[in-house]
Design a protein around this ligand. Structure first.
Ligand code: IMP
Length: 191
């Protein structure tokens, strides 16, 4: 059976992807291949960062693999926080990162935004990208306690609750990550 390395040590992400892909492929994490390296993420786009992860594994281990990068793009902030989503305020403290977004947006009525995930896959000497996007808007104050990251301030289009007010199942049905992973899974299943 074909093995693919997922450039992550996030057990939750790994389980989610394995569940969607099913048993057609065995997916291994970085720790499964004894990789403790801090893989660089210095790109200016999600594509570049996702590909940096697969390039790193291909160059060092010669393995078939995939890697992802995600973030929040806010139109009125020229696409920020974007690739800087995890450390927008200079720290990984999400309270500070959310505060900075709300401060920069102020009472600007233009609050459209999207979450985006890009997956880079390297398989059979070929590079592929899969993208998932969920459009929505940023509200003025946090709502909800579930989820992570910017979930409390993001309402997806067609809903009246934030990602942080949804159950994990509800969010997973519509999220950017689920869409990108679904495309990856469809591609792999067709192989
Ligand atoms: P990653 O590339 O999946 O690790 O995402 C990078 C950063 O984007 C995270 O640290 C979060 O701040 C933000 N982010 C990505 N996906 C989500 C999401 O589904 N909800 C909220 N924040 C997210």
């Amino acid at each position: 059976m074909l093995e693919l390395v997922f450039a992550t040590n996030n057990a939750h992400k790994l389980e989610e992807v394995q569940a969607i892909v099913g048993n057609t492929f065995i997916i291994k994490s970085l720790s499964d291949i004894d990789c403790q390296d801090d893989i660089p993420e210095t790109g200016l786009t999600f594509e570049e960062n996702a590909q940096q992860k697969t390039d790193y594994l291909v160059n060092k281990y010669g393995l078939y693999c995939f890697g992802d990068d995600s973030g929040l793009e806010i139109d009125a902030l020229n696409g920020e926080p974007g690739v800087y989503s995890a450390r927008y305020s200079g720290s990984r403290d999400m309270e500070k990162n959310i505060d900075l977004v709300l401060e920069r947006l102020g009472d600007n009525p233009q609050r459209t935004a999207r979450f985006k995930t890009v997956i880079s896959l390297y398989l059979n000497e070929q590079q592929h990208f899969f993208e998932g996007t969920v459009e929505g808007r940023i509200i003025e104050q946090r709502r909800g306690i579930d989820g992570f990251g910017y979930d409390p301030i993001f309402i997806p289009d067609g809903y009246d609750k934030t990602f942080a007010e949804m159950t994990a199942d509800e969010k997973n049905r519509i999220s950017h990550r689920a869409i990108a992973v679904g495309k990856l899974a469809d591609y792999l299943k067709a192989k």
